[in-house]
Design a protein around this ligand. Structure first.
Ligand SMILES: Nc1ncnc2c1ncn2[C@@H]1O[C@H](COP(=O)(O)OP(=O)(O)OP(=O)(O)O)[C@@H](O)[C@H]1O
Ligand SMILES: [Mg+2]
Length: 285
């Protein structure tokens, strides 16, 4: 508790040293397979944190544990000082949004509608109001549309607002997923391989987009196989191998770590994607 003359927000706002996200000892077992093994990780306000590792290392499973898609076998996920219940909609409401390794858009909805769907978790109009289409509903719809258009401007997709999502080129579908995730006004954005399938030019643009997202006050945790992308962007990077976090640190620390070189990086870094590490299986991700 705080003293009576402390600022009104002091009771709920975390202290400056408290991480935004604090993952403690998360383990995920599937039968005999331990996909994530006692992984702890923090993300601070304003940080961009990388998560790398070979195919099957447990990166997506770790994201699924953070977002309530999976209930971790052990461990806790604390966001802004509160332990999150493992329910996706509650995690979104708490302020964590994500994109998927397998793009998950509504293919037959427009670009604008896809972003408005992402806004849904922030809208308070009930079903009754929607059916009656009263003034509250119309106001809320107008607000939702305006905010969605703003996010399309931000991600460079405004000119395609009326296109069907399925007609967008692959790189733009990835951007649309990011716009939709931002529509829930997150404090933390989880990106699962945001540049997979992008050409080098699109990848550089995606870097700028992630920096711009951070500059809007959203922290980012990003999984990628493109090492140049990771090391250009991230304040810290954690390496998962066979479900375990083997090292975490800045570029130098990660690149020079013997275990990382042996298990993942192999030859000295050339600054491009690591060959042979593109996703091969994409089930339930
Ligand atoms: N629902 C599930 N049931 C059983 N096993 C699973 C499930 N989800 C993931 N796994 C297994 O957990 C391990 C980690 O998979 P995961 O998809 O998290 O790896 P990843 O690091 O994201 O790999 P990639 O770089 O290829 O995307 C794999 O062996 C995978 O087969
Ligand atoms: Mg994955």
């Amino acid at each position: 508790m705080t003293t009576s003359n402390a600022p009104a927000t002091a009771d709920t706002a975390p202290g400056p040293a408290e991480p935004l996200l604090d993952v403690s000892g998360v383990t995920m077992r599937f039968g005999g397979l331990t996909a994530v093994n006692s992984v702890s990780l923090t993300v601070g306000r304003g940080e961009i944190i990388g998560l790398i590792g070979p195919n099957g290392a447990g990166k997506t499973t770790f994201f699924n544990c953070l977002t309530g898609l999976y209930v971790p076998t052990e461990g806790t996920v604390t966001y802004q000082g509160t332990v999150l219940p493992p329910k996706p909609h509650l995690v979104t409401q708490a302020g964590i949004a994500r994109t998927f390794q397998n793009i998950r858009l509504f293919a037959n909805m427009t670009v604008l509608e896809n972003v408005q769907v992402g806004r849904h978790s922030r809208m308070h109009q009930g079903l009754f109001s929607a059916v009656l289409r009263g003034p509250g509903y119309r106001r809320s719809e107008a607000e939702s549309r305006e905010r969605a258009m703003e996010l399309l401007e931000f991600t460079g997709l405004a000119g395609k607002a009326d296109h069907l999502a399925r007609n967008l080129p692959y790189g733009e579908q990835r951007k649309l997923e990011i716009a939709r995730a931002l529509a829930s006004d997150p404090g933390l954005l989880l990106l699962d391989e945001p540049t997979a399938g992008m050409n080098p030019q699109e990848t550089r643009a995606a870097e700028e987009l992630v920096f711009a997202i951070r500059d809007r006050g959203v922290s980012v945790l990003v999984i990628e196989h493109d090492m140049r992308f990771i090391f250009n962007l991230c304040d810290r990077t954690a390496v998962l191998v066979q479900g375990q976090k083997i090292v975490e640190g800045d570029r130098e620390t990660v690149q020079n770590d013997e275990r990382v070189i042996t298990a993942y990086l192999g030859a000295p870094l050339e600054g491009t994607a690591i060959e042979g590490t593109a996703p091969v299986t994409e089930t339930d991700q």
